[in-house]
Write a new protein. Structure first.
Length: 129
């Protein structure tokens, strides 16, 4: 296994969609799968990532067991439920200009703040008299 052979295989197979065609029992689990060759290592083994089933592992497979095929059709994404989490836009809108979240910021109701300040003034004047 020479470096020149590994480099030639890398140019030939990298970014190619492949299927496994082998009678070997250890490769039978890939029989119906299509994978993408990520690269070829210095042992002249193709590193293949098979798509589907949430398996993101790369498997090293001898190139003689691989046949180049077309890109698989994209499956339509399953409908997901809406998240109960608020979006970032909603969160940023709930923070006031002072940087304090709106829920923690004191409510400035003009009539209540005026009446409380008037009560403080009248209370302080009673103590002076």
């Amino acid at each position: 296994m020479s470096i020149e052979r590994a480099e030639a295989l890398k140019k030939e197979l990298t970014d190619q969609w492949v299927r496994v065609a082998s009678p070997a029992p250890e490769l039978k689990r890939f029989a119906d799968c299509v994978g993408l060759v990520k690269t070829v290592n210095m042992n002249c083994q193709a590193l293949v990532e098979f798509h589907g089933d949430k398996d993101v592992s790369w498997y090293d497979i001898a190139p003689e067991y691989l046949t180049i095929t077309d890109k698989p059709e994209e499956k339509p994404a399953a409908k997901t439920r809406r998240s109960a989490k608020p979006s970032a836009a909603k969160i940023s809108n709930s923070v006031s200009q002072s940087g304090v979240p709106a829920a923690e910021e004191p409510k400035s109701n003009s009539s209540s703040s005026q009446s409380s300040s008037a009560a403080i003034r009248s209370d302080s004047q009673q103590h002076k008299d």
